[in-house]
Design a binder for this molecule. Structure first.
Ligand code: MCA
Ligand code: AMP
Length: 486
């Protein structure tokens, strides 16, 4: 475990010998000193105190931009490169970003800041680190309703979250982290890239996270969402190529037990499973030196605490069976949702306990199992968190759509796939309209938020209050084989 007290400690430490291949993204590589010079040059050029919106394509430029903002102490807002028009407008306005780094985008009126040419005029001297409690990054994530919320994470939250994982996973500067996850979420950006710069490990971003790319990456520690591991488990040659690694880590959604077992056969590794949220970093994990139990996400990482609460507000028995609401606390938690104090207060208590919205059970050894979510309106598809409400709002803007209910149905590849139950006027439910609705959401919100399926129905089941009964739709889908992969 690193004892550093400044985020990105290893990267900042100029006494360490340089590493020529510290960060690799696709086919570009940077040493620590090159990255320091580029980040320092950007930090010098930032026009004000930000926040700075960064179009977070999976490139080395994104790494430079994010690290440049962090070392300047200017909050950074990673924007999904495929964000659609409504989503991008919301993120830019809500975050009050003052400039944009990355390829110009239609509808973004902000001044575009080009990355400095090469490392021009920069000797790599980094500014004085920001205060530990200063905001470092604002990550946009979906809720059950409304537009995505900005999760404000301090330098302290990122640092302590990474240090908890370094301890749990024996993660050191001898490691090579490999992954191919997006650079606008906690998993790929904060853990994979920034975590490596804090701990001192090398990091290889593979581009798209295909089994072949993982097989070729030469990592000691691999990060993946369950969809990535499911695809690797179906490709025995790629899976076997991961045998020399030290640790294979799964998170962001539930890893199916058969995938865990199949990968154990093929790679010789029992995967480390860990649980977290954008708001909390990773709070639970199995440990490098501890038990791995398929279907279970382990014990609190250093600094994190958990409790599982019943309907009566008391802890449920730690018997490994009784299910309750999972609450977490620790220094790795967020400061709140940007501009949303009331919403923050609903989930983050003044004493620091955060209500995750997940249902869990804990056993006598402190091992946790995530059983599901309280709300059917938060969907996890391919490890992405997607709110049913934002998709419904987007679809209702299409004139032919009279009513819509969006659900996550079980899917062997994606965990859940987004299905839109849609009511249209008689005769309008055509394949052409279904395709148009899918494209509409992809263009309006994001590619990964598009429905994978549109089902035209005559009516939606509603209760006496007129509220759509999504559980009843889910039950009907399950009865009709809705759990089968698309
Ligand atoms: C992909 N395609 C596109 C686009 N993106 N086409 C047009 N526009 C786009 N924007 C195409 C690809 O080229 C490909 O086509 C096809 O769609 C499928 O692409 P693929 O990459 O396989 O996408 P997928 O199947 O939809 O996604 C699977 C995935 C993805 C790669 C696993 O879901 C993913 O990256 N998930 C990671 C989410 C994540 O990082 N979550 C962490 C949240 P063709 O096949 O023709 O080439 S943080 C979190 O949850 C907490 C903190 C935690 O605990 O970690
Ligand atoms: P996100 O905001 O994208 O970070 O999503 C966080 C949510 O992902 C959590 O509230 C859980 O529902 C889910 N999640 C993350 N890790 C796991 C895991 N290992 N097992 C089950 N669900 C998980």
């Amino acid at each position: 475990m690193t004892d550093a007290t400044t985020f990105l400690a290893a990267f900042r430490d100029t006494r360490r010998p340089d590493r020529p291949d510290a960060v690799r993204v696709g086919d570009r590589t940077a040493s620590w000193s090159e990255l320091r010079r580029a980040a320092a040059a950007l930090a010098r050029d930032l026009p004000d105190d930000g926040p700075v919106a960064v179009c977070a394509e999976p490139t080395l430029d994104t790494v430079v931009a994010v690290v440049g903002c962090l070392v300047a102490g200017v909050p950074v807002v990673p924007v999904p490169p495929d964000a659609g028009s409504a989503e991008i407008a919301h993120v830019v306005a809500d975050s009050a970003a003052t400039c944009w780094v990355g390829p110009p985008r239609d509808g973004v009126e902000l001044p575009v800041l080009a990355l400095p040419d090469g490392e021009a005029g920069s000797d790599g001297s980094l500014p004085t680190p920001a205060e530990d409690d200063a905001p470092a990054i604002i990550l946009y994530t979906s809720g059950t309703t409304g537009a995505p919320k900005g999760v404000v994470m301090s330098h302290r939250a990122l640092r302590t979250g990474i240090e908890g994982l370094a301890d749990a996973w024996d993660w050191t500067d001898a490691d090579v982290v490999a992954h191919g996850l997006p650079l606008f979420h906690t998993h790929g950006l904060v853990l994979g890239i920034l975590g490596s710069l804090h701990v001192g490990s090398r990091v290889v971003h593979t581009g798209r996270p295909t089994p072949a790319a993982y097989a070729a990456a030469g990592g000691t520690m691999y990060f993946g969402v369950p969809t990535v591991w499911t695809r690797i488990a179906r490709d025995p040659d790629a899976a076997r190529a991961l045998a020399p690694a030290r640790l294979l880590v799964s998170g962001s959604a539930a890893l199916p037990v058969p995938v865990f077992e199949r990968l154990r056969e093929l790679t010789g590794h029992a995967l480390v499973e860990r649980y977290g949220m954008t708001e909390t970093m990773i709070t639970l994990s199995t440990r490098a030196d501890g038990e791995r139990r398929p279907g279970w996400v382990g014990v609190p990482v250093t600094g994190a605490r958990t409790r599982v609460r019943g309907e009566d507000g008391q802890d449920v028995p730690a018997d490994g069976e009784t299910v309750g609401r999972l609450e977490v606390s620790g220094p790795m938690l967020f400061d709140g949702y940007l501009n949303l104090p009331e919403v923050t207060a609903e989930v983050l208590a003044p004493d620091g306990w955060f209500s995750t919205g997940d249902l869990a059970t804990k056993d006598a050894h402190g091992f946790h199992r995530i059983v599901g979510r309280e709300s059917v309106d938060l969907i996890k598809s391919g490890g992405y968190r997607i709110g049913a409400g934002e998709i419904e709002t987007s679809l209702l803007a299409v004139p032919e759509v009279l009513e819509v209910a969006v659900l996550g149905l079980p899917d062997e590849d994606l965990g859940q796939r987004i299905v839109a139950y849609t009511v249209v006027a008689p005769g309008h439910g055509t394949d052409e309209l279904a395709a148009r609705l899918v494209d509409h959401v992809a263009d309006d919100l994001a590619w990964h938020k598009r429905p994978r399926e549109v089902r035209f129905v005559e009516t939606l089941p509603r209760n006496a209050m007129g509220k759509v009964q999504k559980k009843s739709l889910l039950d009907t889908a399950a009865g009709a084989g809705g759990g089968a992969p698309a």
